[in-house]
Design a binder for this molecule. Sequence first.
Ligand code: SME
Length: 164
Amino acid sequence: MAEDLQKIAGSREEKYTHLFPQVQALLQGETDLYANLANIAAAIHDVFGFFWVGFYLNKGSELVLGPFQGPVACTRIPFHKGVCGHAYTTKKVIIVPDVDQFPGHIACASASKSEIVLPVRHASGEVVMVLDVDSDQLNDFSEVDQAGLQRLMDLIEANWENWN
Ligand code: SME
């Protein structure tokens, strides 16, 4: 597809709604996992201007940095550490309004103030990666982000077997 992302003015919810079919089109016909994750991270980053957007992949013994947009970041996160590790272990979406109040938060950048992390699950239930979105604003994430980002993660889960 054309590589231009169309952006709209509007509420965050409207932006997620507008973004979804564009990401679907971006993924169409492409089966390379890293290429698709890179475009998903770039699309979210581009539309919302979040400080950092990226994936940490389950590499068997820890989470390892995958495609992302934003400043350089920690490369390895133990399964039981940080917000990402918590999302991995609990298999639940975690919204952290103030990272300084989250015990064990891994501060890759001091500018990061709030974050949301979503686990991405294989059909077997195993968490294969997490999406980590960081903001330089306190309390920047809500159920609207959770729903909008979850729809995008559902695309990954649905396509997982075809991507390599
Ligand atoms: N926020 C993460 C660490 C990764 S960086 O923010 C990119 C955490 O505590 O899990």
